[in-house]
Design a protein. Structure first.
Length: 90
């Protein structure tokens, strides 16, 4: 007597269908499905954003922002001479 049989559940389902109608129930289920899809899509976008932020932090330069790196590679004698003449003699 403590548990419901299949007939009890069928009667409850019939009453719910009569109260709400089949159109409202299918509309509610469609809205629920759209909500679940939207939730899953937002979770995927959040994971992409987090992975992109992790990649960006791993690729940060070793020099602080706003610094200009000096010339790299072999220098010609004319550029060295110009660098020496631009400094005032002490």
């Amino acid at each position: 007597m403590g548990s419901f049989s299949i007939w009890h559940w069928l009667v409850v389902l019939l009453v719910i269908l009569l109260l709400f109608g089949s159109g409202k129930i299918s509309g509610l289920m469609g809205d629920l499905a759209k909500g679940i899809k939207s939730f899953k899509q937002n979770i995927k976008e959040e994971e992409k954003d987090a992975s992109m932020a992790a990649d960006a932090s791993a690729q940060t330069p070793s020099q602080p922002a706003g610094t200009i790196p000096g010339p790299q590679g072999p220098q010609s004698s004319t550029s060295q001479g110009q660098a020496n003449t631009s400094r005032p003699a002490a």
